[in-house]
Every structure is written in structure tokens, then in C-alpha cells.
Design a protein around this ligand. Structure first.
Ligand SMILES: Cc1cc2nc3c(=O)[nH]c(=O)nc-3n(C[C@H](O)[C@H](O)[C@H](O)COP(=O)(O)O)c2cc1C
Length: 207
């Protein structure tokens, strides 16, 4: 195996971008953080930012170590930010043990990030059922077949699990796996930032 090549600072110099003229000003921000989120989210959608609903979810595991991964925002209502996951996944177990979480949206094309801190709770079964019903059948079969976060010996193992579920269910209506649930967010704090040298990313925090 070739030796690992280290990336020194110089190697990233050509990635540097000019953020001048892109400053975040407090007077331009809505006093209600939810409204501010909506403004920026709408702008991201209008500007067709790719996967604007992708967000990094940080949880804390049993040893106190932070764990992060991407999940997709599926609903945003008066209760908060809703995404769907599997209760038996690593994150599902972590969330049941410690409800405190952090979320990060990063929209590269706009040089913007939004950080959210909150606590999670489950949405009701009916909402989860409704969401399950909107998903493509293939995705739901895969969700029934796969044990999220479990290590698989090979891709073939997953494909054969999916094939077995397909054969078992035939054309019958799919039943949402008990573990296929949604988690709802109670908003604690939102902070907004653009990465630019004039207003540091952490300069503005709206509570
Ligand atoms: C673009 C993208 C979107 C994803 N969306 C979700 C999601 O909405 N829900 C989810 O449970 N996992 C989603 N995943 C997979 C998670 O990032 C993660 O790999 C998986 O849920 C297992 O995480 P865990 O072991 O920390 O529980 C997504 C992955 C990617 C790359």
C-alpha cells in the first residue's frame, strides 16, 4: 500500500475563497430565529442549493463521545425540525439515552451555516405512518430489510436480505417497521453564521 500523503496547509491554499462583501449584519436578521431560519431556507431553495435539507446531526454516545452523521429534514413545523430514522440504529439508541443534540445546515453555495441546539422527542405513530406512505416502495422494503448501523459482511448480504423481504411481502401493503420512527425537535437555540473574515462565524447567536 502506498504511504499516506499528508496534506499540509499549502495544499489547501488554492481552495481559499474571497468572502468579502458577504458579511452578516445583525440588523438584517429577524428577531425570531425561526423566521430567520425560514428566510435563509427559502433562499437556499430558491437558489436551488443542492440537498438544502441535508443536515449534520450530532449526538453523544454512552462514553460521552460526540457522533455525527447526515440526515434529511422532512418537515419543519411549530414543533421543530423533523427527520426520520431507525430507533435501533446507533443514533436511535444514543437519542433515547441522551436527548440533547446539535444540528448543522451548511449551504456551501451561499457560504452559510446554521447551527441548532435542541432536545428530541418522538413524533406520533400516525405522522410516521403518513411519512412511510409517501416513500417509494423500494425504499420502504430496504428500510424493513436493513438493520441500520449494523456491520454487514458484504453488499450481497444486504441485497439478499432485501430480496427475501420482497419475496415475503409480494404485492401486499407494507407495514412500517416498529423501529421506523420520527424524531421531533424542541427548539433551544439557533445560531446563524456566514464564514467570512469580517464577521466571525460565531459572532451572532440568536436565542
Ligand atoms: C445524503 C444522506 C442522507 C441521509 N439521510 C438519512 C436520514 O434521513 N435518516 C437516517 O436515519 N439516515 C440517513 N442517512 C444515513 C446516515 O447518515 C447514517 O449513515 C445512518 O443513519 C447510520 O447512522 P448511525 O450509525 O449513526 O445511527 C443519510 C445519509 C446520507 C449520505
Amino acid at each position: 500500500m502506498p504511504a499516506f500523503r499528508y496534506y499540509r496547509l499549502m495544499a489547501f491554499d488554492e481552495l481559499r475563497e474571497d468572502y468579502n462583501g458577504n458579511a452578516l449584519r445583525k440588523e438584517e436578521c429577524a428577531s425570531d430565529p425561526k423566521e430567520q431560519f425560514q428566510r435563509w431556507f427559502d433562499q437556499a431553495l430558491q437558489q436551488k442549493v443542492e440537498m438544502a435539507n441535508a443536515m449534520t446531526l450530532a449526538t453523544v454516545d454512552a462514553e460521552g463521545a460526540p457522533q455525527v452523521r447526515i440526515v434529511l429534514l422532512k418537515e419543519l413545523d411549530s414543533h421543530g425540525f423533523v427527520f426520520y430514522t431507525n430507533y435501533d440504529s446507533a443514533k436511535g439508541k444514543e437519542l433515547q439515552a441522551n436527548k440533547r443534540v446539535s444540528l448543522l445546515f451548511y449551504w456551501y453555495a451561499m457560504h452559510r451555516q446554521i447551527r441548532i441546539e435542541g432536545v428530541v422527542s418522538k413524533v406520533d405513530g400516525r405522522t410516521s405512518d403518513e411519512y412511510f406512505a409517501t416513500r417509494p416502495r423500494e425504499s420502504n422494503i430496504a428500510a424493513i430489510a436493513s438493520a441500520q448501523s449494523e456491520v454487514l459482511a458484504s453488499r450481497e448480504e444486504l441485497l439478499s436480505q432485501i430480496a427475501a423481504v420482497k419475496e415475503r411481502v409480494g404485492n401486499a401493503e407494507l407495514i412500517r417497521p416498529k423501529t421506523g420512527v420520527a424524531i421531533e425537535w424542541c427548539l433551544m437555540r439557533l445560531s446563524f453564521g456566514k464564514d467570512n473574515p469580517i464577521v466571525p462565524m460565531t459572532a451572532l447567536s440568536i436565542k
